[in-house]
Design a protein around this ligand. Structure first.
Ligand code: ASP
Ligand code: MG
Length: 510
């Protein structure tokens, strides 16, 4: 049995949903109805093991994310509601309604399922608006409320995809992962309770597989034992697929995204970047932790124990082999280092106007951001500047400023050229956005030219030669990966230069 996970860009439009249905059709083989030849003329063996544990060969489980950008919008709406900005959340609700109804109309126009799925979409968005209204009345967004709001996107795409697959003749059934993945109550980044989850998966999903039904499951979402909705962290659908794969002892887990696997560099920057065809679990985890967008860092762990291979494949180019991640890669594989870059980041500085900034204040800033579900990708505490520099996603930037303002504001606020001044009298703070930044990480691989340990100094030398302005550096203790924070404007040139200087141009084209 294979778990196929489709990310937000893979279901970003009616056409993309249709491509996903094609991919599923190509991979899923329903069970033989009798012992004779199947419709395809091949004798299909019944592979079900005694006890019906969901192991049928050719069986497929689908895990699906929200349409691209939908989770961002849902959360933006909840934040707007908490600030009493009614027009903003109403507008978001209207946009989400029309985007999902367009998909339903586009895909199911001639089908009797159109009304049913369209009705579901309308009901869900009506419910979302009700939720936004209650957040507005309370004037506060709790972590629990944020997770409930964020869970709407996956439910919508799950229902649409299941209906589309049924339309194409597959016996698909939508199943919410809030009934399957049991987590603690760490809202925003909940931890799965694997044993309880395994029991649920075997009780609810294995019997469907045995009956030849294809389960279409929401990514990203779980629930506590008491049934309170949680989420596994942004980008967490990959993690969901791994949890489900491990819980059901899948043969493989496939992550369908929009690039040809894990590459030597972002193909939008280096169009001829090469694919790393085979990686070990450890290598893939290293790459994911420094920000390889195609793989959520928590994905690897559930698979390691059960030695389940993971593939990263491209739904826009489904015949490409992509990247295969296994326990021990073959000796003849091609080993290359990788440059991982992340854009869309901003640097915020919070500090004191005088020399009263303390570590306690830095801790307060980080704690408040974390409580508000905001991720800080990198930070540096500059003693000479009396401030804390924080790298956050630009989509979160305004909200970070709001949270920090309320954490440090003690009185009147007055704008100043170096950002706004908060507080009055004895305790003045400075808060502002410094600039748009990007991160670039270089990760070495053992065996690459025997130079794994040289990768860090080579990366420093290359950026120095290129005169890249390095704002902050973080180096892994293992000394085979290093991350730089640089101005966003220098990113493209710096990555291309690094790709050349590390000798990757010749490697990927040879
Ligand atoms: N929809 C969620 C997010 O945008 C989860 C995912 O896409 O993996 O973070
Ligand atoms: Mg992702």
């Amino acid at each position: 049995m294979i778990v196929h996970k489709f990310g937000g860009t893979s279901v970003g439009s009616p056409d993309r949903f249709a491509s996903v249905a094609e991919i599923v059709l190509a991979h899923h083989s329903p069970p033989a109805r009798c012992n004779g030849p199947t419709d395809a003329g091949i004798t299909a063996p019944r592979e079900a093991r005694p006890g019906g544990d969901g192991h049928r060969k050719g069986a497929t489980v689908v895990v699906v994310s929200a349409m691209s950008g939908v989770t961002d919008q849902l959360i933006a709406g909840a934040r707007a509601a908490a600030q009493g900005r009614d027009a903003v959340y109403r507008q978001i609700k209207a946009e989400l309604l029309s985007r999902h109804l367009d998909v339903v109309e586009g895909l199911l126009q001639r089908s009797s399922r159109r009304l049913e799925v369209g009705g579901y979409v309308e009901d869900q968005l009506h419910e979302l608006e009700r939720l936004y209204r209650s957040i507005a009345v309370l004037g506060e967004l709790t972590a629990r409320g944020r997770d409930t709001v964020a869970s709407f996107g996956e439910h919508l795409s799950m229902h649409i995809l299941a209906a589309l697959l049924r339309e194409r003749g597959i016996r698909a059934q939508a199943v919410s992962s809030s009934d399957l993945i049991v987590t603690d109550d760490g809202h925003g980044a909940a931890t799965p309770l694997m044993e309880a989850t395994r029991v649920r998966l075997h009780a609810r999903i294995a019997p469907l597989i045995e009956r030849g039904v294809l389960p279409v499951i929401t990514g990203y979402i779980g629930a506590t034992e008491e049934g309170v909705t949680t989420t596994l962290g942004r980008g967490g659908s990959d993690f969901s697929a791994a949890i489900i794969g491990a819980g059901l002892d899948a043969d493989e887990v496939w992550i369908w995204s929009d690039v040809d696997g894990i590459l030597t560099a972002d193909p939008n920057i280096v169009p001829h970047a090469g694919t790393l065809t085979e990686l070990s679990y450890v290598e893939a985890a290293d790459l994911a932790y420094v920000g390889a967008e195609v793989l959520h860092p928590k994905t690897i762990r559930p698979l390691v124990r059960r030695r389940i291979p993971l593939r990263i494949v491209n739904s826009f180019n489904p015949t490409h082999q992509g990247t295969r991640i296994v326990e021990s890669p073959g000796a003849d594989r091609r080993v290359l280092p990788a440059i991982i870059s992340t854009t869309g980041l901003g640097m915020i500085a919070i500090g004191s106007c005088d020399d009263t900034w303390t570590l306690e204040m830095a801790a307060r800033a980080l704690q408040r951001l974390s409580e508000s579900g905001l991720e800080v990708l990198m930070f540096s505490q500059s003693l000479s500047e009396h401030n804390l520099n924080l790298v956050v996603r630009q989509r979160d930037q305004d909200h970070c400023l709001t949270v920090l303002r309320s954490a440090f504001e003690t009185g009147r606020r007055s704008p100043s050229p170096s950002g706004e001044r908060l507080g009055e009298g004895g305790n003045p703070f400075r808060l502002g956005v410094k600039e748009k930044v990007a991160t670039v990480s270089v990760v070495g691989m053992p065996g690459w030219d025997g130079r794994r340990n040289g990768i860090v100094s080579r990366a420093f030398a290359a950026l120095g030669q290129h005169q890249t302005r390095v704002i902050a550096v973080a180096q892994a203790a293992t000394e085979h990966s290093v991350s730089f924070c640089i101005p966003e404007t220098q990113l493209h040139d710096a990555v291309r230069f690094l790709h050349r200087q590390l000798g990757l141009e010749d490697e990927v084209t040879s």
